[in-house]
Design a protein around this ligand. Structure first.
Ligand SMILES: C[S@@+](CC[C@H](N)C(=O)[O-])C[C@H]1O[C@@H](n2cnc3c(N)ncnc32)[C@H](O)[C@@H]1O
Length: 308
């Protein structure tokens, strides 16, 4: 088993700058990971500021407890979709000045074979970020039907061979239980061939991980809740790593920032009532320099919005 604690934060300065920090503000890091962004935020805040950090992976929270000793930091072991409840219990609804989300998995999660996220190293087929809840990937694959598996792989992985892969999985399970990462990677590699840069199992692993962790629902619920959590001029700074995720962020911001076209001839004071919840502050990609030294940043898209 390999255990690594290193995670190189992506779009570090850009995502923190996007929060437009005020020295005594209250901020949320929704995805603590190994705390790279949290550390950067804390370094720029004053003594009276607060940072509330979430992670649903207990190993991230344990790492934080050992490595961060800062009275301004509150650690919450919870999926970020519960943020509105936690923040409301703290009496902070409508008082949060910025939320940072750096989505997906961390390097320690990927690198530790026993977490089951990697198709490169043998480990139990788990893939849960929160190992205290829900089904592991192996448990789900054992109980799901062929069609359900195919739909997940297609929907969350954009994998054209989804039906073929699902059928192979079910055939394999007639012979023996499907329990490890390399068993699944080998099944997929027999069906998906000829990709130069990407491992054949990349899309299948991504799809199953998204499904097992309900990543898209977590994201869209949290975006909705941010409307009540954020203060006036509070910022959303969100880094996503694949198009399905980015589409959700993009559509949310567009829907909540674009003025609906009103019937012509309405008096000007009626038009003023149509105040939208957010202002769209645009998107950015990682710099060439960053892409050069951190491969993960290649696919990163940062989107920023400000609460009206
Ligand atoms: C890409 S890493 C964040 C890295 C972090 N920004 C840093 O600089 O170290 C994503 C982290 O978010 C956590 N995470 C992902 N989805 C989550 C969710 N729905 N709720 C809470 N934590 C989540 C993962 O467990 C992982 O530790």
């Amino acid at each position: 088993m390999t255990t690594s604690h290193h995670h190189q934060s992506v779009m570090f300065d850009e995502s923190i700058d996007a929060l437009n920090l005020t020295t005594d503000g209250i901020y949320i890091d929704a995805t603590f990971g190994r705390g790279g962004h949290s550390q950067g935020i804390l370094a720029r805040l004053g003594d009276q500021a607060q940072l509330i950090a979430f992670d649903q992976d207990i190993s991230a929270i344990e790492y934080a407890k050992k490595s961060f000793n800062d009275p301004r930091l509150t650690l919450i072991h919870s999926p970020f979709a519960q943020m509105h409840t936690v923040i409301s219990e703290m009496g902070l609804s409508g008082k949060i000045d910025g939320i940072l989300m750096d989505l997906g998995v961390s390097s320690p999660q990927l690198d530790n074979a026993d977490r089951g996220f990697s198709f490169m190293a043998e480990g139990p087929l788990d893939m849960r970020m929160n190992q205290t809840a829900g089904l592991s990937a192996a448990q789900w694959l054992a109980q799901a039907g062929e069609e359900e598996i195919a739909n997940v792989i297609y929907q969350f992985g954009d994998e054209k061979k989804s039906r073929h892969i699902a059928s192979r999985i079910k055939k394999f399970q007639l012979e023996q239980p499907l329990e490890t990462t390399l068993q699944l990677a080998n099944i997929v590699s027999e069906v998906v061939r000829g990709q130069k840069k990407k491992h054949p199992a990349t899309r299948t692993f991504q799809a199953i991980r998204i499904f097992i962790n309900q990543e898209l629902k977590q994201l869209s619920d949290t975006l909705e809740h941010s409307k009540e959590i954020l203060s006036h001029q509070g910022r959303l700074s969100i880094i996503s790593f694949h198009s399905i995720e980015d589409r959700i962020v993009k559509r949310f911001i567009q829907k909540n920032s674009r003025q609906k076209s009103l019937p012509k001839g309405l008096p000007i004071f009626d038009q003023a009532i149509q105040k939208m919840p957010f202002k769209d502050l645009g998107k950015q990609f990682a710099s060439k320099d960053e892409v050069g030294h951190n491969k993960r940043s290649r696919s990163a898209i940062l989107r920023v919005a400000e609460k009206n």
